[in-house]
Ligand binder design. Structure first.
Ligand SMILES: CC(C)(COP(=O)(O)OP(=O)(O)OC[C@H]1O[C@@H](n2cnc3c(N)ncnc32)[C@H](O)[C@@H]1OP(=O)(O)O)[C@@H](O)C(=O)NCCC(=O)NCCS
Length: 217
């Protein structure tokens, strides 16, 4: 029995979610994609990536008997991802977890409700990932890492053992966080950076070694 699925957002990550769902369904049919919800006026009544845009996020509660998954979360809005999802008015149990079948996820890892793991992600023993997190292709989450709620982990990130990524932070493409370090709540690590010391909440750091650039706004 498949579940209808609605994807929040129409950005590139959302199309990657469509591909992940197709890959899941190719093994065992699980979801029937109904379409997208997006607040952008120019997206309304359009079709993107083969599926209709059904309305805006506040329209979500009109859709009974289906699951949702969030694909919104970019360097421009990551720090308010919780507020964006809250505009749907949906309860936590309405969200599905989408894991691309090419991912390698340890039996002892815990993945929270509504989170997305895209192609070729690796989540090692004892790692935990919170709710509404998004992990983009080719990322490695080493053993005993703790990824909070609403975290965005871009493509090709390497989190060494025991890293903590607090709620609402953004780890830019290809960055590396050394073992045991903490990236604070709502912080952003720039693409390709190497984090060698803890990152303060609400700050942007970049470079190798990663250094303070500015505060998040
Ligand atoms: C870190 C980041 C947010 C900075 O953006 P910004 O505030 O607009 O900063 P600017 O582009 O104006 O750059 C400011 C300075 O930081 C440097 N810089 C920017 N990003 C950098 C990075 N990732 N690593 C090293 N230095 C960086 C710039 O060269 C510039 O240096 P200068 O002042 O000496 O010329 C952005 O560059 C970034 O890395 N975003 C993440 C993108 C990403 O991972 N996307 C994933 C999509 S899949």
């Amino acid at each position: 029995m498949t579940r209808r699925l609605i994807i929040l957002g129409t950005g590139g990550n959302c199309f990657d979610i469509v591909d992940a769902v197709h890959a899941i369904n190719a093994i065992s049919p699980r979801f029937d994609i109904a379409g997208f919800l997006d607040d952008a006026a120019h997206r309304q009544n359009s079709t993107v990536y083969g599926y209709p845009v059904l309305g805006t996020l506040p329209d979500a509660c009109r859709w009974d008997n289906c699951d949702f998954v969030n694909g919104i979360g970019s360097p421009a809005n990551f720090f308010r991802k919780d507020q964006i999802i809250a505009t749907t008015g949906l309860s936590a149990d309405r969200f599905a977890t989408v894991i691309h079948p090419s991912s390698a996820v340890s039996k002892s890892a815990v993945i929270g409700n509504g989170s997305v793991l895209l192609a070729n992600t690796t989540v090692c023993a004892g790692a935990t990932i919170g709710c509404h997190a998004m992990v983009l292709p080719g990322t490695t989450v080493s053993h005993d890492c703790r990824i909070g709620d609403h975290v965005c982990v871009a493509s090709g990130v390497v989190l060494c053992a025991g890293v903590t990524a607090e709620d609402l932070c953004y780890l830019g493409a290809g960055c590396t966080v050394l073992g045991g370090r903490t990236v604070g709540q709502g912080a952003l690590v720039g693409a390709g950076s190497v984090v060698v010391r803890d990152v303060a909440q609400g700050t942007v750091v970049c470079g190798n070694p990663a250094a303070f650039l500015r505060t998040v706004q």
